[in-house]
Ligand binder design. Sequence first.
Ligand SMILES: Nc1nc2c(ncn2[C@@H]2O[C@H](COP(=O)(O)OP(=O)(O)OP(=O)(O)O)[C@@H](O)[C@H]2O)c(=O)[nH]1
Ligand SMILES: [Mg+2]
Length: 405
Amino acid sequence: MEKNSIKNDPVFGIGKLDEDLEGFPYNKLVLLSASPAVGNEVFGYQIIFNNLAHKNKVLLFLNRTSPQSYITEMKEYDFKPATDLVIIDSYSSVTGINATETPLNKMIANPYDGTEIKKKLLDELDKNYDVVVLDSLSLLIDSFDFDYVLSLIGAIKAKISTKKSSVVMLFTDWEYEQENVKKLFTAVNAQIDIKGVEKRVIFGQYFAVIKCDWVNKTSFSSALFKAIKPGGIKIYFPKILITGPTDAGKTSFIHSASKDAVSVDRLGGTIALDHGNLDLEGYKADLFGTPGQERFDPLLKLLGGEAIGVILIVDSSRPDQFPRAIEMLRKTETYGLPIVVVANKADLPNALPLEELREKLHLGKDAPLVATVAEDLSKIDPNEPTKLKEKGVREALMALFKQLT
Ligand SMILES: Nc1nc2c(ncn2[C@@H]2O[C@H](COP(=O)(O)OP(=O)(O)OP(=O)(O)O)[C@@H](O)[C@H]2O)c(=O)[nH]1
Ligand SMILES: [Mg+2]
């Protein structure tokens, strides 16, 4: 047989989806449904790349662009597809691109001939592909109509039910008639929406599992993401606030967490804000740091707006500042958001032990509290932020990311 036990099942190759959906079993139809403002093609690139990397056999039905430009785009995300990707090219022959049929490149002679497309695709499915990607369903709907596409989906479903194959279909909802869209959603085993988060402006994109019939759950999570070149889909937190009393080490933390942070500082104190972005274990985040001095408090509410999580930094040796720390959560209006408390300056002789800090800060016993300390004590300059040891910084960030996903 063409499959054996060492073969991998299909994967999404997008950590959060593979985790939440407990993998990607055979005989399933998955719809990735995007709103027009948000691109879904990178999901296709990533799924194809990762399945090829897992030695799965992959078929791509391509009608949105030419195979050449599809592969070029994939490479820009650092997805260099193995040479064994099979493509049904339902694009080139209308553009006059001179494309010839090869074992890897199957040509649709007339992309306006629904019968040809259906026959070629279904015949190809006999060859036992682990994963089939249809890019794009919306274009098929536009070229033909919903009835054609629903009957094609029905035929694909029947075909793969006897095979070790699963299908991913990319769909953009161009405000089609809702009744038709509903039929489409009903026809698939899993539906994943890809949308923009709109709060005055689109400030983020998220994907959300709407249904999945092979996982026994009543509700699924959603995740903010960003498509990065190179790198692909990363879970992305557009705004994490770093706040805390003056001199606690907020600017130091942000510069230690990101390579290219910028700060508006004077004489060692922040007078406007810090900003940094980071890339850690598949997560991306933008960090915004507040000043600590009270004379800048009018900025706090502004800086805290639309934050989705907060890291509160305190100086472990300054319990006198703890009430101010809590007050800053209120002033930034981030009280109640997912939080990690960072107890910095663990090196100082009068730094309090973590348990005492927890009590004095009125933190519950499960609230994440992480100690951090300067990397090189001999280099500390009272007028400059300093680099903190990576371990504590990473631990604090991961503790927050865990709460956010
Ligand atoms: N001893 C010690 N000093 C530290 C540590 N971390 C930072 N510092 C020093 O503490 C001072 C304040 O650090 P910053 O990062 O500027 O603090 P901040 O919270 O941004 O301060 P403001 O912006 O004024 O509120 C600097 O002189 C740092 O070098 C640490 O772990 N140990
Ligand atoms: Mg600062």
